[in-house]
Design a protein around this ligand. Sequence first.
Ligand code: GDP
Length: 588
Amino acid sequence: MVTSSRALQAVKLPASITVKELAHQLKANPIEVIKQLMRRGIMANVNQTVDYATAAKVAASFGYDVIKDTSRETTSAKKFHFREKEGEVRQLRYPVVTVMGHVDHGKTTLLDVIRHTNVTASEAGSITQHIGAYQVKIDGRKITFIDTPGHEAFTAMRAHGAKVTDIAVVVVAADDGVMPQTIEAIDHAHAAGVPIVVALNKIDKPNANPERVKQQLAEYNILIEEWGGDTICVPLSAKKGEGVSELLDNILILADILELKADPSIPAAGTIIEANLDKEKGAVATVLVQNGTLKIGDIVVAGETWGKTKALFNDKGKRIKQAELSMPAEILGLKGVPRAGDPFKVITTEREARALAEKVHAQRHQMFSPSGGTFSLDKVSTQIHHGEVIELNIVLKADTQGSIEPIKKSLERLDVGNTRVNLIHIGSGSITESDVLLATTSKGIVVGFNTHPTPGAHRMAELNQVDIRYYDVIYELVGDIEKALSGMLEPTYKDVIDGYAEVRAIFPSGKRTKVVGIYITEGKISRNCGVRILRQNQIVHESGVSSLKRFKDDVAEVLAGFECGVGVTGFNDFHMGDIIEFHHMEKE
Ligand code: GDP
């Protein structure tokens, strides 16, 4: 037998290592390392830390022989658990799971079936309680499920800085296959660095085609175990309850691999899952305890409010004395209603708690502070210029599937110096709130080709100060991104929306430009504005205002809440209910 004389290169790796350092050790491009991590369901940036097991797998894929460096263990471990203090006890905690996927693929059905798993007869009557999250028990272990299906809630919480989910279950109906929201769910999970378990649902249906779904998933880089990848995929029928316990078992296996840890002995900290004002009970908030133990009497700060924990209830509405790690609990006693995604933590004194809550309040109400989260292409360009980032995260939306491919290819081909484009989500259709949220949480931008944001997405982009770039020529789109990557993007003009109006009356007219009756729903419009006519979120015409009248008089501007007549240059084909967007260009 001939054995290879070429010895494998050896590399020593510590218990944990940053992606940047790992790339350095492997003499590899950080992007390649990130890609290898992504194939393992881990989305990490260069400054994030991975554990030894993960780093070793990546090193092996680069052809290295891996040796564990125990001499560096203590310091690296400290770095990894940066909040770990002297005497802290880290204990395994139960996983927290979010269920995502395309509409009608069975998310709600699955969450309902799971909620009824392992319910004892005495509890059966009390489980109608909805507190935004629940726990199920499997062989003495537990799994916490966030009870709001869909990636919008998941990403909205992330947009507030909360990392709640450990594992994302992506439900795909075996008869329908991978659909746009399936891809969104996958991309949102990747962007959050959360591993995915695929729930291949509706296998009871006669037209179910699980093999086709596996094939489709592979096309989106989700390679399931059966096909040599490392994504767990469980076929099931939520409706018949078949395969559900296998899904739960597999979630626990993945949780074992993830080794989720926290310290039950310290004062509690976690995230608000949902909150509302109850007429009788006052502010009611569902919290997820992510570290420590929450007890009755604890003084808590949650976002910009605070209070003393008067009572605690579990997900079955039962009074409890304390809420443990990974446990969702309803808390009474807060002075105000926090937002979903707000962090909460226990503070020693009421004075400190009040001061902290007031500080958060002040920060939040300091509108558009210059140090805020603005993230624009120009800014990235400057950061790249200064060597601060090596990747530009982009959410790409185009009018049709056909225009996506050439843009995607051109962007992926761009490689300027060491910087590249990371397409975190690609889709066709309007730019939605979900796209803006994804860009916000990933510190990226949205690029629209021949498409447009929905009014909600536009508002959200303004609020979160996310850059949306619009193009109608591929060459210009790619050119701008290339310039940004080389850190040389010139200041640009941005599109500022002045207001929206709805077409409420169409008058018969001759050959001349038609004047239609509109109602201003938002903002302030003027004669100098540019206009876009939107019909079912598609732009049907784009030009300027040719006339603006109130009661036959020409006027310069009209405010929201008023009706007026408007003529649009070169356009007569109005439909009732058309939305008119008024805008102008402004230098950034
Ligand atoms: P969601 O929009 O993803 O929350 O989907 P739902 O849970 O509301 O389910 C949509 C439809 O699919 C409902 O009519 C369910 O009864 C049905 N459904 C869900 N799971 C299954 C399944 O495993 N088999 C079959 N045949 N139907 C299912």
